[in-house]
Design a protein around this ligand. Structure first.
Ligand code: 2M8
Length: 412
């Protein structure tokens, strides 16, 4: 118990150390800016001991919202040469220098949870934030749907950068004109734990294309080779729609459009079911081809309020097969790599989203088991960015905001 109390203090310290005043960086050095879904989780972490600071985090994120409603994946508040690609590569013109893509829209869900910590104090803050969250949601519904599932236009948008989900799509891309550039990530952490140069060439090529097209969604829809309907974007958007309905109802707003969105997204989620794989999968919109990947995002179905017995059986099995579930890739897959970022390692943030969903859908036993195993992982191996699912060894950056926030809000 004493041990847990000290870990809670350490987790708070991680958040406070990564706090830059009105926003939180994922970790000093490697990620010196405000990342969208990291920040949403940071808000939930702060809400456990400083609700006011939690609201500020979300408000700062939405200060970066573009006029059309898009909320960028990175806000470059203060230039830092330690990260590539920086604002000069993206060439965006939002209210705060930013990237031109999004990230999984979990901010609405996190805002809903933050509000629950102190409903009275939070009411005016929520009233001000709500229309902005609805505007971002509408932007996603307008630009990113394919058969009701939500598409990603860049691997970075899903937050699962080098997941094998994108391998086939990336293999069809030509990145020969990318030119010279210097990565910064591999000067902060072990290159073996990071995406490869092959991947990076394609990430940067897509940034260059977006910039050339002035981040115009209609032009990108017509011209980008990368458009994949995926479980991360679809399940988090569906969950956001449900939470927006709840928040809107509590605020006395008309939620009819959002309710219709829920129905469209539910139908879209069903289109991600790959019968052959027996799981929720990513699907390339251009080729119609399945990725054939069972990832940790496949298990976000419950988070989205989607029940599935086959996935539950698979979850129970993976919880037995690896010491520290849920791995970001199926350990039996050829592409599995226990250390390389989103191709195998376990991520506390995704575990929390899966666990919240399991609890909501009445799977208490699995939810508790996952929270306990995540707590054990953090106790033994610290607030790392991610972990080897078999040994638990820490990987990537240390003193990581979302791992600390997960400890405070869910696992600890
Ligand atoms: C990772 O992504 C960034 C690009 O957005 C990177 O590697 O440079 C991912 O793990 C992503 O999910 C996360 O939000 C970000 C910051 O923690 O790092």
């Amino acid at each position: 118990m004493t041990h847990d109390i000290s870990l809670t203090e350490q987790a708070r310290d991680v958040l406070i150390t990564n706090d830059r005043g009105s926003y939180t960086v994922p970790t000093a050095g490697l990620y010196p800016y405000q990342w969208n879904w990291d920040s949403a989780v940071a808000a939930l972490g702060f809400a456990q001991f400083d609700v006011e600071r939690a609201w500020v985090e979300l408000e700062t994120l939405f200060q970066g919202q573009w006029a059309d409603g898009m909320v960028p994946h990175i806000l470059f508040h203060k230039n830092d040469p330690g990260y590539f690609p920086g604002p000069e590569v993206w060439g965006c013109e939002g209210p705060i220098p930013s990237s031109g893509i999004i990230q999984p829209p979990i901010a609405a869900t996190m805002a809903h949870l933050v509000w629950q910590r102190d409903p009275e104090m939070g009411r005016p803050r929520m009233a001000a934030l709500y229309p902005k969250m609805v505007k971002w949601h509408s932007w996603i519904m307008r630009w990113r749907l394919h058969r009701g599932a939500v598409c990603t236009t860049h691997p970075w948008e899903t937050g699962r950068d080098n997941a094998p989900d994108w391998d086939k799509t990336m293999a069809r891309m030509d990145a020969s004109d990318v030119g010279e550039y210097t990565r910064r990530d591999t000067s902060h952490v072990n290159a073996e734990d990071r995406p490869t140069k092959y991947d990076y060439d394609r990430y940067i090529t897509l940034v260059q294309l977006g910039r050339r097209l002035n981040w115009d969604q209609a032009a990108m829809l017509a011209q980008s080779p990368f458009r994949v309907a995926d479980p991360t974007m679809t399940f988090t958007t569906l969950r956001a729609a449900r939470d927006l309905v709840k928040m809107g109802t509590a605020l006395g707003e008309d939620t009819q459009t959002l309710e219709a969105d829920v129905a469209r997204l539910e139908a879209g989620a069903a289109t991600l079911w790959n019968e052959e794989l027996g799981g929720f999968d990513s699907r390339d919109v251009h080729s119609g081809e399945w990725a054939g990947c069972l990832s940790n995002a496949s298990y976000l179905c419950w988070f989205a309020g989607v029940e599935n017995r086959v996935m539950l059986t698979k979850l129970r099995s993976i919880m037995e097969r690896v010491a520290y579930p849920v791995p970001s890739n199926d350990p039996d897959a050829e592409t599995f790599d226990a250390r390389r970022y989103w191709r195998g390692p376990t991520w506390a943030i995704v575990n929390m989203l899966i666990g919240l969903g399991l609890a909501d859908m009445g799977h208490e036993e699995e939810a508790t088991d996952l929270a306990k195993k995540t707590a054990h992982l953090i106790k033994e191996h610290g607030f790392a960015e991610y972990f080897d699912p078999f040994s638990g060894a820490a990987a990537g950056g240390g003193s990581f905001t979302w791992t600390a926030a997960v400890w405070l809000a869910w696992a600890g």
